[in-house]
Ligand binder design. Structure first.
Ligand code: COA
Length: 335
């Protein structure tokens, strides 16, 4: 007979966030010049809203960026004395972590120092929101006391710099959130799903081309943008409404919305589809950060709180969506 689990689930909250933005920041003209791209600042701004993005240098590894973001989240939560050991679990999300033999979370733990339970989530641009849901459940079951959820990406490693359909969109960075137990639920249950049959709309096949043509070009990410746009518009509003229902929250109760920062034109269309009241502050971090996949939501939350400190303690809807095709959404009380 095993010991029974404690019966009352513990509620969880997002205590703090931290971010790491790579030192190199390129505007659209600089990016186009660097890779001789047949594009223009006007096209990129009009179709995506993106004006600048950060690109990691060789020294800014996923582990390095993820650890710096995690340290900032821990410091903001006041855990300066115990260092990284204040967290007992690290959960990392990334679609550009290419070493399947060792988790990115393990690398972040090594970079931080100390001992943690570690594992990765493979949910692409929905990775941070999926990670937050897993952290909520792991706190509920008393499996861990403090969990770092880290989204880190070097999309510049997996995007063909000469492919104008992807290289103007994707970018690099890392964001982290610290999740702990709380007296009241402050992270709502996630609406979360995958439409596997549509997975080819955003795809990278690392093994097949290497095996078929070892001397050929690396397998880069490919995206069927317009089809993906339609899938997002058909899926994300429904997921967002489900997340609101699960949390028992109405759009009037929200103070902020942080959608995955894929495309600012799409953000505007999604906000209209959700019928959000005008007082709700909407994140537009994609304008300065580009699409950083799993890092996009925590980077955007960090930027939102820097611009609007008054949002601290208020309710926000978070959504992630992308390759898979996977989506996840939840309501959180902002740290
Ligand atoms: N610069 C200039 N022209 C470009 C270009 C670029 N960077 N990229 C594509 N084009 C061209 C295309 O070749 C096409 O030319 P054509 O009309 O001669 O064939 C034209 O611009 C229109 O391309 P299209 O792909 O239809 O543009 P779009 O308005 O759909 O915008 C996206 C493209 C990618 C910005 C948009 O489809 C999108 O954001 N999709 C969703 C992406 C997403 O959500 N990703 C998931 C989350 S990770």
């Amino acid at each position: 007979m095993l010991n029974p689990a404690e019966d009352s689930p513990l509620p969880a909250r997002l205590v703090s966030v931290g971010a790491y933005r790579p030192r190199t920041c390129l505007d659209n003209d600089e990016l186009a010049r660097a890779h001789a791209l047949d594009t223009s600042d006007a096209w990129i701004r009009q179709r995506t809203g993106i004006a600048t993005r950060h690109i990691a240098s060789p020294g800014e590894s996923l582990e390095f960026m993820g650890a710096r973001a995690a340290e900032r989240a821990l410091a903001r939560a006041g855990f300066t004395d115990q260092g990284a050991q204040a967290a007992d679990c690290i959960l990392a999300a990334s679609m550009s972590h290419l070493d399947s033999s060792q988790s990115l979370a393990r690398g972040i733990s090594k970079e931080l120092g100390g001992r943690h339970a570690t594992f990765d989530v493979s949910a692409a641009c929905a990775g941070f929101c999926v990670g937050l849901e897993l952290a909520r459940c792991l706190i509920a079951t008393r499996t861990f006391r403090r969990i770092l959820v880290v989204g880190a990406e070097r999309m510049s490693d997996i995007v063909d710099p000469h492919d104008r359909t992807t290289s103007v969109i994707f970018a690099d960075g890392a964001g982290a959130g610290l999740v702990c137990a709380a007296p009241e639920p402050e992270i709502g249950p996630a609406a979360w799903g995958t439409e596997g049959a549509a997975g080819r709309l955003l795809h990278r096949s690392p093994l097949a081309p290497i095996a078929a043509a070892p001397e050929g070009p690396p397998a880069y990410l490919t995206m069927r943008g317009p089809e993906l746009y339609r899938w997002v518009m058909g899926t994300v509003p429904r997921a967002a409404r489900e997340a609101l229902d699960k949390a028992g929250v109405h759009t009037d109760d929200l103070s902020a919305v942080v959608l995955h920062q894929a495309n600012d034109r799409m953000t505007t269309a999604l906000v209209a589809a959700l019928g959000l009241p005008p007082h709700v502050v909407v994140s537009h971090d994609v304008v300065s950060s580009g699409n950083t996949s799993a890092a996009s939501v925590p980077l955007a939350v960090d930027a939102l709180l820097a611009d609007h400190p008054d949002l601290s303690g208020k309710l926000a809807l978070l959504t992630g969506f992308g390759a898979g095709l996977t989506f996840a959404a939840q309501v959180v009380r902002l740290p």
